[in-house]
Design a protein around this ligand. Structure first.
Ligand code: ZN
Length: 490
């Protein structure tokens, strides 16, 4: 076990060092450094990969005598990682990296000039390689299963389709109704919010909910993210808009939610591949919980609004708590995913999930994608993109070869409510705690039930153990109805 752990620590250190370089790339590096930096990161990542799939690691795994449950979990997960990694030939990985490198540039050009045809041949190539990737990885039912499994282990297309279908059938009419009533006005959010005050207020609240700044740090980047270099160094980034409150504040809570998860992993897992979030869906459940279930709740703002008024006197003096609460919960269907509200967001994801599946199954040709996209957008959200730049070309994911990734966003939203409901049942005074700015009971519940496990348990195991059920649609829909009915009757 000792030799195996030493070996795994070296692999982990290489990956963590690569993560530092990637973080620097997005936050501090001058643009000219990009070429050399990509090579440095690729070198470290491929060294880590070679060490992992080497005969030496396999020999150590076979010889290891596990003495604890943790050891047994470690051996099981590493075996599975190696098994999966060795199914995909390195020529395919190289082809994918090359195709994605070209596709990203083509996507940027296509988006800025609104010409889908510039991107289409690259997307065709990516879809083709993803199908090959799925065949290499293997699957029981359909190729998309293998792609999904890379990001959400154990999830299947059939299971996700069923859950999403249940959500969609209720959500489409609900979102239309909400969009029509227009109960909310976003006005107070589009005023002068000085950037330094946004920075300070966001960080103060992130710390308050449990982001440990002794083991954390925030920087600015164009696309906010969180990243972990060890359990004791988990960083976040944010972006600031002078005349819009939401991006920095809710972005900071979101990324802090991801970081709080990583900071809460059992320190005994440090230096092993277990010291990571268990799936992208579970990760997103943590960011969404702090961003939406806490951060867009009335109890939270009963606590935070007086401080927000103090931090942003020009924007918020004369605004009532009620108006502010309605503003941050405004529902207005739009064509852009990253600007979507809490209600309509999942529809954007389900649209992508359906199209991805059909592309991989050969049922939708890339050339038909813009029309298929726009038709669904109109049917589900009641809005039609004016052009492909604000339609099918809006996201970077497909250009990176990340097909199967999108569903984890919606799964995370669903899981966040299932977990929050379970925490609520265990902590009946939770609203009162939050109203007084005390998040420690919720944080402890999450530490105990979710965070500490790292990759020792799958998302499905964590959900089932702590909520009694696997991922499902009902709790999330019920939460939305509760929330918006209460708001309408205020
Ligand atoms: Zn996220």
């Amino acid at each position: 076990m000792e030799s195996l752990r030493t070996r795994l620590a070296r692999i982990t250190h290489l990956n963590q060092a690569a993560a530092v370089l990637e973080w620097d790339m997005e936050t501090h590096m001058p643009a000219g450094g990009a070429e050399a930096r990509s090579q440095q990161v690729a070198t470290l990542r491929s060294l880590a990969h070679e060490l992992l799939v080497s005969d030496k690691t396999t020999t150590l795994l076979e010889a290891a005598g596990p003495v604890s449950e943790l050891d047994a979990d470690l051996i099981r997960v590493v075996r599975r990682d190696i098994e999966k990694a060795s199914r995909v030939p390195s020529s395919l990985i190289a082809a994918m990296a090359e195709a994605a490198g070209r596709a990203k540039g083509a996507w940027q050009e296509a988006r800025s000039t609104d010409t889908f045809s510039t991107f289409a041949p690259h997307l065709e190539r990516i879809v083709d390689l993803c199908i090959q990737h799925a065949e290499a990885l293997g699957y029981e039912d359909q190729p998309y299963d293998a792609l999904l499994d890379q990001y959400e282990e154990g999830a299947t297309t059939r299971q996700v389709s069923e859950v999403f279908e249940e959500v969609r059938s209720q959500l489409v009419p609900f979102a239309k109704e909400m969009g029509k009533t227009g109960v909310a006005c976003e006005g107070p959010l589009h005023r002068e919010y000085p950037e330094d005050a946004q920075w300070a207020f966001g960080l103060k609240m992130a710390e308050r909910i449990g982001y440990d700044m002794n083991r954390g740090r925030q920087d600015v980047s164009a696309h906010p993210f969180s990243t972990s270099f060890s359990i004791s160094d988990v960083r976040i980034t944010t972006r600031l808009e002078k005349r819009f409150f939401n991006p920095a504040f809710f972005g900071t809570l979101h990324e802090a939610g991801h970081a709080i998860y990583e900071q809460g992993i059992d320190p005994a897992l440090e230096g092993t591949p277990l010291a990571d979030g268990t799936s992208l869906g579970m990760h997103e459940s943590q960011s969404r919980m702090w961003e939406n279930l806490v951060g867009r709740s009335l109890p939270f703002w009963e606590y935070a609004f007086p401080q927000a008024q103090e931090a942003f006197p020009a924007a918020l003096q004369g605004v009532s708590l009620d108006d502010f609460y309605r503003a941050i919960n405004a529902v207005s269907p739009s064509t852009i995913r990253v600007e979507a509200d809490e209600v309509t967001y999942n529809l954007h994801i389900m649209l992508r999930f359906e199209l991805e599946q059909q592309m991989i199954a050969g049922k939708v040709a890339v050339s038909d994608l813009p029309r298929e996209w726009n038709d669904r957008m109109e049917a589900w959200l009641g809005v039609r993109p004016l052009n492909d730049a604000e339609g099918v070309l809006q996201d970077i994911h497909w250009s990176l070869g990340a097909i199967g990734y999108f569903p984890t966003y919606a799964l995370g939203n669903l899981m966040s409510v299932q977990l929050f409901d379970a925490a609520y049942a265990a902590l009946p005074d939770l609203d009162d705690h939050i109203r007084h700015g005390d998040f420690s009971a919720l944080l402890s519940w999450l530490r105990e039930n979710v965070h500490q496990w790292g990759r020792r348990r799958t998302a499905s195991q964590i959900l089932t153990a702590s909520t009694g059920a696997d991922v499902s649609a009902g709790p999330w829909m019920a939460y939305l109805r509760r929330k918006y009915e209460a708001m309408a009757s205020r």
